[in-house]
Design a protein around this ligand. Structure first.
Ligand code: MEV
Length: 351
């Protein structure tokens, strides 16, 4: 039986180590943030053909996206809504989605994957149906391909699973190994925002072209990043954050070599290290977007230093023994309010 209204929530994500190399079969470590995207699902007026998606405070115009070709709203979002109808049937056309996001726009913090997972959860709650994590991951991948072309799948997998995960995809078979990693102590970060990025599909595509010109050199970089990730997992599990931070700095050096860092990201990394951060690197696709600085204690001084230099910033943490069970829990709902910080979310387009 369907409800009058239902909510779907999904958190944003950070990649601790291994972005880009993960597209080429290397492992990556990723974790969910304590902020995300909430979708309210209700029924449209009888004659309104949907699904219709609206969102307040978006970095893009989402006053009423519908799946119709050439209709209102950004194209990737319209195609994603059409994909929802394809996945769950014509009944989805009777639905309205109102979205509120706590993830900054165009930041590579997983806003499109969070939106996908939140919509999938919202549709199932609305129709009073359960859906397994595996099915959420499979269906969210179909939506992520609409947003990002050929993603590795790390974003929506960690967002659907929750907590800290190790993700690896066999590029020949497509088989994914997704494993939750248990933390002995919480991780605290300052997250800095280095401006809007050109989109994950764009960054991955441009890098693929560069890699094609120098395949052996790039293969060595993928392998080196993969080795860092394996080593970093050991430090994470034993709580050796100093050593973990050093590997994050090394990973940032490789990402710079891959051409996905920017002067703003490098400036933020320097500010963080000067303020005593254990390590700093970009997170996600780069070319702008977000960076993370791992701190030993209170992230506030690093957050303030980012802001004093003119960058958006916030503190984030990954809880100890963080596990799958917080994946669909909206932290803001615990306080009976939605996040009051930046409410923009971005839907990146596939060029
Ligand atoms: C984006 O969050 C992570 C990338 O590795 C792309 C992907 O894995 O699909 C850059």
């Amino acid at each position: 039986m369907s409800a009058d209204a239902a909510f779907g929530y999904a958190p944003g994500k950070i990649i601790l180590l291994g972005e880009h190399a993960v597209v080429y079969g290397q492992p990556a470590l990723a974790a969910t943030l304590d902020r995300g995207v909430r979708v309210a699902v209700s029924r449209l007026a009888e004659d309104a053909k949907g699904p219709v998606l609206r969102g307040a405070g978006f970095g893009i115009d989402v006053t009423g996206a519908r799946p119709d070709p050439g209709g209102a709203g950004p194209e990737p979002l319209r195609r994603a809504l059409a994909k929802l109808v394809e996945l769950y049937g014509e009944r989805v056309r009777s639905l309205s989605f109102v979205v509120e996001g706590g993830i900054p726009a165009g930041s590579g913090l997983g806003s499109s994957a969070a939106l996908s997972v939140a919509m999938i959860r919202g549709v199932h709650r609305f129709f009073g149906e359960t859906i397994s994590d595996e099915a959420v991951i499979a269906d969210a991948f179909a939506l992520e391909r609409v947003f990002h072309g050929t993603p590795s799948g790390v974003d929506h997998s960690v967002i659907a699973r929750g907590g800290l995960v190790s993700f690896q995809k066999n590029v020949e078979t497509g088989a994914v190994h997704l494993e939750s990693v248990t933390l002995p102590r919480r991780l605290r970060f300052a997250v800095g925002l280095a401006g809007a990025h050109a989109g994950t599909a764009h960054a991955v595509g441009a890098l693929r072209e560069r890699a094609k010109r120098h395949p052996r050199a790039y293969q060595r970089l993928w392998d080196a990043i993969g080795e860092l990730v394996v080593e970093a997992r050991g430090y994470l599990e034993s709580g050796q954050l100093g050593a973990l931070g050093e590997l994050m700095d090394l990973n940032q050096g490789y990402l710079n070599a891959l051409g996905v860092s920017t002067p703003a990201i490098e400036a933020l990394c320097s500010i963080a290290r000067d303020r005593g951060a254990l390590g700093a690197k970009l997170t996600g696709a780069g070319g702008g977007g977000a960076m993370i600085a791992l701190v030993d204690d209170d992230p506030a001084p690093v957050v303030r230093a980012f802001q004093a230099a003119g960058y958006g910033a916030f503190a984030a943490e990954i809880r100890a023994a963080s596990s799958a069970n917080d994946a669909d829990e909206d932290p803001s709902a615990r306080n009976d309010s939605l996040p009051t910080h930046d409410t923009a979310i971005a839907v990146e387009s596939t060029p």
